[in-house]
Design a protein around this ligand. Structure first.
Ligand code: UT7
Length: 332
């Protein structure tokens, strides 16, 4: 049987920084409030002519290089985004494949908001274990600044842009295998985070534009409470299933939406600061890109070594949530 190994991580961090002080200039808020409520100090902003496919291709190039494979070895691209280059078609995965120089490869997008990268990982694992693919490129990339309403002071300041990518490859060595990926959803909570306009239910029109209905709307407070509860129980289920204790986890990489959420989940699970990767202060919430950007940050700090176990924990619009447990298994 083929197993799926998490071979490499890469990211692309846009150059431009938007600080909390920059928000003070455009809305009624303060650095003090944003820092206290979220831990966010700054976020990255993609250039005007830079799109998820560009950012995704750059993150992918790094991940491919670090995996020690050729671009032509990639036989599937799964692109997680809710801010695609184009609303309906073509998929951002296809555009990215072209930018990477891949002309004959299966490529598609998935939409699971902030849980997108974990959903992509579950797809990669399944394709590899079924024997259908050997090297899957998974990408999470977002240009949230394209769907922000800067008049919405309850939402706009938490999001940022960026991309992360990973190579998941077939292996016969069970010690390298991704242990488990668990993904779920509950559409009864669809109204908590949504872009109500611009889709087929409420197509683009002067009203949609005027009322900014194609921008993200979030009921932050309700979402916050569900995020803490779900992110915590998700990890508890994963640990129990695999007979692990919190101290057995080397690197806990949660979705980066709000430091208070990360802290509450960490405390409930008895995970220490040393175990937990935090980048929300630097990058804000980059949705599907948040977990791979955080993992890449820890990797580049020299914190994540071969064989060490990693636990992802994601939550987002849908509602969707998911967790993944795996050893980091770079090619030797
Ligand atoms: O990534 C997908 C999942 N998303 C999340 O997990 C996000 C979860 N939610 C959150 O992180 C938080 O709810 C926010 C950071 C978005 C908001 O923080 P909060 O503590 O839930 O604030 P709130 O919406 O309950 O508002 C509290 C107060 C209100 O004033 P009053 O009514 O108490 O007088 C707001 O008007 O803070 C006020 N407020 C602000 N003040 C200064 C709301 N936004 C701002 C602001 N600056 N930007």
């Amino acid at each position: 049987m083929a197993y799926a190994a998490f071979r490499s991580i890469g990211a692309y961090i846009p150059e431009k920084i938007m600080t909390n002080a920059d928000f003070e200039k455009i809305m009624d808020t303060s650095d003090e409030w944003i820092t206290k409520r979220t831990g966010i100090k700054e976020r990255r902003i993609a250039a005007e002519d830079e799109y998820p496919s560009d950012m995704g291709a750059k993150a992918a190039t790094l991940a491919i290089q670090r995996a020690g494979i050729e671009v032509s070895d990639v036989d599937l691209i799964v692109f997680a985004t809710v801010t695609p280059d184009y609303l309906c078609m073509p998929s951002t995965a296809c555009v990215t494949a072209s930018k990477l120089g891949l002309r004959d490869v299966q490529a598609f997008d998935i939409s699971a908001a902030c849980t997108g990268f974990v959903y992509a990982l579950s797809v990669a694992k399944a394709f590899i274990e079924s024997g259908m693919k050997k090297n899957v490129l998974i990408i999470g990339a977002e240009k949230y600044t394209s769907i922000l309403n800067y008049e919405d002071r309850g939402t706009a300041f938490i999001f940022g842009d960026g991309a992360g990518a990973a190579i998941i490859s077939a292996t016969e060595n069970k010690d390298e295998a991704i242990v488990d990926v668990k993904c779920s959803s509950d559409g009864d909570y669809d109204h908590l985070i949504m872009t109500p306009g611009g889709g087929s239910k409420n197509p683009c029109s002067p009203e949609v534009l005027e009322q900014k209905l194609a921008c993200i709307q979030m009921k932050g407070n309700e979402t916050f409470k569900l995020a803490v509860k779900t992110l915590t129980s998700d990890v508890q289920v994963m640990l129990e299933k695999h007979n692990l204790k919190p101290e057995d986890i080397k690197h806990f990489i949660p979705h980066q939406a709000n430091f208070r959420i990360i802290k509450a989940v960490g405390e409930a699970l008895k995970l220490t600061e040393e175990q937990t990767v935090v980048t929300v202060d630097k990058y804000g919430n980059t949705s599907a890109a948040s977990i791979p950007m955080a993992m890449n940050y820890a990797y580049e700090q020299g914190r994540i070594k071969a064989g060490e176990n990693v636990l992802f924990d994601a939550f987002g619009a849908g509602l969707t949530w998911g967790s993944a447990l795996f050893p980091f298994s770079p090619n030797k």
